[in-house]
Design a protein around this ligand. Structure first.
Ligand code: F6R
Length: 615
């Protein structure tokens, strides 16, 4: 889980690579490095820390000239984050330079073999082993770099997106992919290489995404040639026209990407249902479902697999699908499902939810379900991602790039798309009346405006955050549709502010967590007027009688909870199944403000990465 960038062409490589790495820091940010070829030699600078640290070091330490270069921002897998383990890595001769995103699992045995042949290693990384294996193959087999890379990759087990160049042949970069993403941007006699298109979006809209097991020799003055790593078969590059624009991947005046993305939610939700929800005609149009309607309608059950926040969206979907479409649903952590020998038949539909579309465990769960004959449907945000390509059909959330590591708009747009699916299937199965269906569609259309109103609580939430910013623990409670929102609220808080937080179904509190409650313990309770309101009120009373501090998210005009709670944040009234789209907003803002007040790095919390492409 790292970000890689490369450039070859007529421009200065340094600014392109550094800016590109900054855009890819969501993929990892514990160390960074750059290698530039200046026409005679390779200048390399690397450091523990962020791309900003790399910039400071490189600008003082090395010549920044050159039209060929590669850079890397790392999330450590093999070897601690330090200067030496940072990429790029040289081969022993000093001719070859590599950047790598992924893991070479059999690197130890290869390293032993290379050591016997006299190779030495400076770092603890699998990547330095790979570049030396390529060098050894190139020397012993007397082949060109492209072939050497291919032969070497056929000897390794693992996952990779790599870019390698040779000082002796500085008109080309060789790239290859298995398991980790790799895009090539195509300009006028120039090429950009990156983990996603964000590093080159201001230079070109044309890109090729390598498929697994493909490699390419990117050579100046030539068209890109792709080949299969295993059998050398020629593959034809599909050049895509990208829809991204620069503004979408910049902060647009906000202090953090996370805040920008929280505020983007009214628009993002609207973009998710645009062209799909035709409320005036009483239609939901979703090509991925329309083409496979029988599969869904006749499904024995739906299995949802996902990780993290996407798994929480899956839990909300369990309530929605069972409630509206009357289809049994199981929600699984992808990482457990893939190793569990689950019972799956061809009457099952598996829905994989993933913002990035690159999460390794989710991808593996999809492959397993496909092998066992299930029909697999993907809900992804990133267009052309591995999961989007691996599934039988799917629907994009169209939330736009999510750069803050803490997922926000991905969550609400995933819920939006899953709601559309459940409504569509419920209608097809005749589970509710025409008027009920219209009521849902009309209310879904109101949601962006209601999210906007929920966002207006921001100043109040900032005040509440100031009161609780020094807490060591927090409890989040919700019931029914809002139980997963409680889990998501707790995840948001712990991942960006490092405060320990737990989410629970409110009624479970008395089976254990209630023991934690004292006057130090803030308890965030989702207490909207629909869905077990009276029972949640009783839970609040239980907390109050043990001196816990209550922050309640309530429906506008609420009186009972308002009376009991220490702080209340109101959201507009809506249909019960749509409440998660509103109740999650104050929880996102609360975690954001607490993290800012604790001087935490909101967009790049420690130890995390946006895209988890390793298991
Ligand atoms: C939390 C968060 C993670 C991701 C998880 C799955 O804020 O971002 O928990 O939700 O890593 O990622 P995707 O959705 O890309 O599969």
């Amino acid at each position: 889980m790292c970000g890689i960038v490369g450039y070859i062409g007529h421009r200065d490589a340094y600014p392109i690579i550094v800016k590109g790495l900054q855009r890819l820091e969501y993929r990892g940010y514990d160390s960074a490095g750059i290698a530039l070829y200046d026409g005679t030699s390779i200048n390399l600078s690397k450091t523990k820390g962020k791309v900003e640290d790399l910039k400071n070091k490189a600008e003082k330490g090395i010549s920044l000239t050159g039209n060929l270069g590669v850079g890397h921002t790392r999330w450590a897998t093999h070897g601690v984050p330090n200067d030496v383990n940072s990429h790029p890595h040289y081969s022993n001769s000093g001719d070859l330079v590599i950047i790598h995103n992924g893991i070479i699992e059999n690197y130890e045995s290869i390293k032993k073999e290379l050591t016997k042949r006299g190779y030495t290693f400076k770092s603890d990384t699998d990547t330095e082993v790979l570049v030396n294996l390529i060098e050894e193959v190139k020397k012993t087999e007397e082949v060109k770099l492209g072939q050497a890379v291919q032969i070497a990759l056929n000897q390794v087990v693992g996952a990779y997106a790599i870019a390698v160049f040779d000082k002796q042949k500085p008109d080309e970069i060789v790239v290859a992919k298995l398991g980790s993403p790799l895009a090539i941007g195509i300009g006028e006699n120039e090429f950009f290489i990156a983990s996603d298109a964000s590093p080159f979006i201001e230079f070109t809209n044309n890109a090729v995404y390598l498929e697994d097991q493909e490699m390419a020799i990117v050579r100046l003055g030539k068209e890109i040639k792709l080949r299969k790593i295993k059998d050398d078969a020629i593959a034809y590059p599909k050049i895509l026209e990208l829809q991204l624009n620069l503004e979408q991947i910049e902060k647009g005046g906000y202090d953090h990407f996370m805040l920008k993305e929280i505020y983007e939610q009214p628009h993002a939700i609207l973009d998710t249902y645009r062209g799909r929800l035709l409320a005036d005609q009483g239609i939901i149009r979703m090509a991925g479902i329309d083409q496979h309607l029988e599969k869904f309608v006749n499904a024995n059950r739906i299995i949802i697999v996902a990780c993290g926040t996407s798994w929480h969206a899956g839990l909300v979907a369990e309530y929605i699908f069972e409630d509206l479409a009357r289809i049994p649903v199981e929600v699984e952590y992808a990482s457990e499902f893939r190793y569990r020998n689950p019972v799956i038949t061809d009457k099952d539909v598996l829905i994989a939810i993933s913002q990035s579309g690159e999460t390794a465990d989710t991808l593996a769960a999809i492959k397993l379900a496909k092998e066992k004959g299930a029909f697999v449907f993907g809900v992804c945000n990133v267009v052309g991602s591995s999961i989007a390509r691996e599934t039988d059909a799917g629907a994009y959330t169209h939330a736009g790039p999510e750069i803050g590591v803490a997922s926000t708009k991905a969550f609400t747009t995933q819920i939006t798309i899953l709601t559309l699916m459940a409504l569509k299937l419920g209608k097809e199965k005749g589970e509710f009346s025409e008027s009920k269906f219209h009521e849902y569609l009309a209310e879904l259309e109101n949601i962006p405006a209601k999210v906007q109103i929920a966002l207006e609580s921001n100043p109040l939430i900032e005040i509440i955050a100031d009161v609780y910013k020094d807490s060591s623990n927090c409890l989040y409670l919700g019931r029914g549709y809002n139980f997963p929102v409680a889990l998501e609220g707790a995840l948001k808080l712990k991942e960006i502010s490092y405060i320990h937080a737990e989410g629970y179904p409110a009624a479970e509190m008395k089976h254990g967590p209630i023991a934690l409650i004292d006057e130090q313990m803030p308890v965030i309770v989702i207490a909207t007027n629909k869905g077990h309101y009276e029972k949640v009120v009783s839970n609040i009373q239980e907390i109050k009688s043990r001196k816990g501090m209550i922050i309640a998210v309530v429906t506008e005009g609420d009186e009972q909870v308002t009376e009991l709670a220490d702080h209340v944040v109101e959201i507009p009234e809506t249909i019960e199944s749509l409440t998660p789209l509103l109740t999650t907003i104050p929880l996102q803002l609360l975690s954001y403000h607490i993290a800012v007040m604790r001087n935490c790095n909101v967009d790049q919390p420690r130890n995390l990465a946006k895209s988890v492409t390793v298991e």
